[in-house]
Design a protein around this ligand. Structure first.
Ligand code: 0A1
Ligand code: ZN
Length: 849
């Protein structure tokens, strides 16, 4: 295996840049295989620098010529960049390089997607466009001229001038190179004008391929709502004359916040009722908002270095979560966010890839765009807000924007504004940024003479290179209920700072039932043995919607644990509680739909492992199937009523209310399919007039091993729509029965429409197989082999996406010796490949330990 330690970058090695830039001018002469990039950069020595060496990053560039102050120079070029003797004071650097966008399959730098030129520069892609100090603390205003035959030529900032075959753009806001963007192609736009709070008109354009213009309305509306929201909630206005969004089919990630020119994976822009589901609409709304919010948290204030990534990502995720909550339902949004945090971040934190929210070392920064940096990063902002209160948070944010506008900032800067605005000492809180792993919170309680005491203990298990953990500040939102169900203590925030700490409440007449960690007030795992009765009580009476849902969830997990461990049949406590909740019309349908969803099989595997049981994915799958059937039977009279009552008459609308009703109807249909062999689902499939219903009905059929005719019909209907076909591929790989999953996925990879170079399509098959827990962990190892084969193949052309998907194997240590050997074997086979990318080398190296 490769030794990757030599190339690691360390936070502690940070030094300021040797040179700063006053102005950048770029000219692009576009050509698929021979694009010329001319740069003219005004450098000046950085007075704060300790190192005076002139170094420009540059990879896969052919230097045609370079000049300093107009005189030709011959720089020394390596694989990673160039050096050159430079004058003592300010000087002008000019270079001409040649690149081949059509050959760029890594989708980093300048590349082509369906004949269109586009860029992706975060984190370090700009160095594949021209020689440049490609680091976020070097910020400059950019002038860009694009020469090319395409009808639409876009870059950052405001349009300056254009003519036949050329366009010029000026971005007045100094920015790091990772926010640079260029797009050129045959595009059409859906446009609108937004008037900011201070009365400035901004032109909004969503650019798509001809034929897709009728799928932009929702994204455009979400953009306008995001702009209003950021003005109203954070006092942040947009700062250019235009805001462009472009939808691109081939994209490694979800979207990118380039200044004034956001580039999106088309999946997160294009939507119509016929082609997109309710979940797609919600994700589009969230991602449009996320990228827009980056304009202030990421662009106007950027990161000093890539170790500070959570500074922009954690905060921007937190902001987009707040926005979605305001647009929809806070309770439902919180539950969904916690589900996602547990599924992705807790999984990461409990395995070999665990790292702090602010990592201290990386080999390839692209490997650190993780659930820990993003989602746990957002949880830290939520905890800060809980600790300092809403007013303190608002004051701190105002100070952050005032003090750091135009800066490349650090987590220290971020915490300092909270300290200065609120007078709080956050030195202990800072541990959340540097300690990896998920704290376990255990507690006991006692009741004497009207005094109720909660005794907490916190402990964070060892994680890679962090054997010992110091206690962290844990905000614990607690409420107390009387045995009759009344709330005797409304939500109160306890601040735990010690390894063990007790909190008392006086003057209670009876021993209360505690509702702890309300709203999921900290990203911890609460471990407590409690009775099914207490959980059922909280499920019935808790006034905190998150904990009401959580009570049902823990009941379901307990039931499943027992079913897996000793084949026990599900007891009535859970089934009755579920029935009461599902049938309670006072509750939001979206909430009830979530309550009817069982814990995922991967979540069960982690929980079993945490309680000392080696998980058997097939046994977990069998238990989940059995429980679904038991729920269906227990609720057999309620389900048809629910299904019918939740119909949404009239034309499809993607709003939260209708989406919630459809979600509950879908949950009912899923259970009903286990009773009627899929008859109702087949009928619903046949009459569906929107993708939510069509895909929902199809998934009900596939889950019970039916639906072959519908799968074929779906293909005939949608084979021309790339995004809908991704769903067709993903559903089959994701829902295939355990013993068939590898062969289903393999035959999907042999399908003529399996365009494996397109990241969305690759994820639709290989990613979906990896999330089909029982299918992926089939004891034959066939799925491990298939995934490893494809990761090796993809790594050769697109290291970033291949490396991200290698996390399929991060859970190997949970399983039995045979599966461990097979999973490690797959990783070792990947690691042994010649020419393995730095991205993949680091990931498999960390996973193998
Ligand atoms: N900054 C973007 C997502 C993004 C991250 C990394 C990328 O390449 C390594 C590309 C895009 C966001 O948070 O939306
Ligand atoms: Zn982001």
């Amino acid at each position: 295996m490769k030794n990757t330690s030599a190339q690691a970058v360390h936070l502690s090695d940070y030094t300021p840049p040797a040179f700063l830039i006053d102005q950048v001018a770029l000219t692009f002469r576009l050509h698929p295989t021979a694009t010329r990039v001319l740069s003219k950069i005004a450098f000046r020595p950085n007075p704060a620098a300790t190192d005076r060496r002139f170094f420009l990053h540059g990879e896969q560039l052919r230097l045609i010529g370079a000049r300093i102050n107009g005189a030709p120079v011959s720089p020394e070029i390596t694989d990673t960049g160039l050096t050159c003797a430079v004058p003592d004071g300010p000087f002008t650097w000019e270079a001409e390089v040649e690149i081949a966008p059509e050959e760029n399959t890594a989708l980093e730098g300048l590349y082509m997607s369906n004949g269109m030129y586009c860029t992706q520069c975060e984190a370090e892609g700009f160095r594949k466009i021209t020689f440049y100090p490609d680091r976020p603390d070097v910020m400059a205003p950019f002038d860009v001229r694009i020469e090319g035959a395409a009808p639409v030529l876009l870059s950052n900032g405001n349009p300056e001038a254009r003519g036949e075959g050329w366009a010029e753009w000026h971005d007045p806001w100094p920015k790091p190179a990772y926010l640079f963007a260029l797009v050129a192609g045959d595009l059409v736009s859906k446009s609108d004008v937004f008037t900011t709070a201070s009365g400035k008109n901004v032109m909004l354009n969503i650019w798509v391929r001809p034929g897709d213009e009728d799928k932009c309305a929702y994204a455009l509306d979400a953009l306008k709502r995001s702009m209003v929201w950021d003005e109203q909630v954070y006092g942040r206005e947009y700062d250019l004359d235009v805001f462009n969004i472009v939808a691109v089919d081939d994209f490694n990630m979800g979207a990118m916040e380039n200044k004034g020119l956001n580039i999106f994976n088309s999946k997160y822009v294009l939507a119509s009722p016929e082609t997109a589901t309710d979940d797609d609409f919600a994700r589009i709304e969230a991602i449009i908002a996320h990228e827009y919010f980056h304009n202030w948290t990421g662009n106007r204030i950027t990161c000093r270095d890539w170790f500070q990534l959570c500074l922009k990502e954690g905060l921007t995720v937190f902001r987009d979560q707040q926005f979605s909550g305001d647009m929809r339902s806070h309770a439902v949004k919180r539950i969904e966010d916690v589900l996602m945090l547990r599924a992705r971040q807790f999984r990461e934190d409990n395995g070999p890839l665990a790292h702090p929210v602010r990592p201290e070392r990386y080999v390839e920064i692209n490997n650190f765009y993780t659930a820990t940096v993003y989602e746990k990063g957002a949880e830290l902002i939520g905890m800060l807000k809980r600790l300092v209160g809403d007013d303190g948070y608002a004051r701190a944010l105002d100070l952050y924007f005032e003090r750091h506008d135009g800066d490349a900032a650090t987590i220290e800067d971020w915490l300092k504004v909270f300290e200065d605005a609120t007078g709080r000492d956050l030195s202990q809180f800072k541990r959340w940024y540097s300690q990896s792993g998920t704290p376990r919170l255990t507690f006991t309680d006692d009741f004497n003479d009207g005094r109720y005491t909660l005794h907490f203990k916190q402990e964070t298990p060892p994680t890679p290179s962090q054997p010992e953990k110091a206690p962290q500040v844990i905000p614990i939102a607690v409420g107390l209920l009387n045995p009759n169900g009344d709330e005797v203590l409304p939500t109160t925030m306890l601040e735990m700072t010690e390894a063990e700490q007790s909190f008392s409440f006086e003057g209670l007449s009876t021993r209360p039932v505690p509702s702890l960690l309300r709203g999921f007030s900290a990203p911890v795992i609460v471990q407590r043995d409690t009775t099914a009765e207490e959980r059922a009580f909280l499920l019935a009476h808790d006034t905190d919607p998150f904990n009401k849902w959580e009570a049902g969830r823990t009941l379901a997990k307990d039931v499943l644990m027992r079913m897996v461990a000793d084949g026990a049949a599900p007891g009535p406590a859970y089934l009755d509680a579920l029935r009461a909740m599902a049938g309670d019309d006072a509750l939001d349908p979206a909430f009830r739909a979530l309550a009817l969803r069982l814990p995922s099989e991967d979540d069960m595997a982690q929980s079993l492992f945490d309680s000392g049981i080696t998980p058997d994915p097939l046994a977990i799958h069998a238990a989940c199937e059995k429980l679904k059937t038991a729920v269906a039977r227990h609720l057999s009279d309620l389900l048809p009523r629910l299904h019918d009552a939740m119909a949404c008459p009239g034309p499809y609308a993607p709003d939260a209310r209708n989406a919630g009703r459809r979600a509950l109807r879908q949950a009912a249909l899923g259970y009903l399919s286990r009773l009627d062999g899929g008859a109702l689902a087949a009928a619903r499939y046949a009459e569906a007039d929107n993708m939510t219903d069509q895909l929902g009905a199809l998934s009900c059929l596939l889950e019970i091993g039916e639906g072959a005719a519908e799968v074929a019909g779906f293909f005939r209907q949608w084979s021309a729509d790339r995004l809908v076909m991704d769903k067709w591929f993903a559903l089959q790989a994701g829902l295939a029965a355990p013993h068939k999953a590898a062969s289903v996925a393999r035959s999907l990879t042999e399908h003529p429409d399996f365009d494996w170079k397109n990241p969305n399509r690759f994820r639709a098959v290989i990613g979906a197989l990896a999330t089909n827990a029982a299918g992926f962990h089939d004891p034959s190892g066939a799925s491990y082999d298939l995934v490893a084969d494809w990761l090796i193949r993809l790594d050769a052309i697109n290291p970033q996406t291949a490396a991200r998907m290698s996390t399929a194997f991060e859970t190997w240590a949970r399983y039995d010796a045979d599966r461990q050997a097979l999973m490690r074997g797959a990783l070792e086979r990947i690691a042994a490949r010649d020419g393995l990318s730095r991205d993949m080398g680091e990931m498999v190296g960390r996973m193998l330990g």
